[in-house]
Write a protein that binds this ligand. Structure first.
Ligand code: SF4
Length: 67
C-alpha cells in the first residue's frame, strides 16, 4: 500500500497521529504528514482505522502489488 495525506484537506485534528504515531506526524503548521519511509504503513493494521477516523477524509491508501 501507499499512504498519502492531502494537506489541502487536512484540518490538523491529529486523530491519525494519535491512532498511528509510527506512520503519521504533524508538521510545524499542525497538519499531518506521512513520516518519510512509512508510506507503506509499516505493516501497521491501525492505518485503515486512521483513514476511517479522519473527519475530512484527507488520508488516501493506494493498494500496490507488493502489499
Ligand atoms: S485525521 Fe485527517 S484531518 Fe486529522 S490530522 Fe490526520 S489527516 Fe489531518
Amino acid at each position: 500500500m501507499h499512504i498519502s495525506v492531502d494537506s489541502d484537506r487536512c484540518i490538523g485534528s491529529a486523530q491519525c497521529a494519535v491512532t498511528v504515531p509510527s506512520v503519521f506526524e504533524q508538521d510545524e503548521d499542525g497538519l499531518s504528514t506521512v513520516i518519510p519511509g512509512r508510506e507503506d504503513g509499516g505493516g501497521e493494521p491501525l492505518v485503515r482505522e486512521a483513514v476511517r477516523a479522519c473527519p475530512v477524509r484527507a488520508i488516501t491508501i493506494k493498494e500496490t502489488e507488493d502489499a
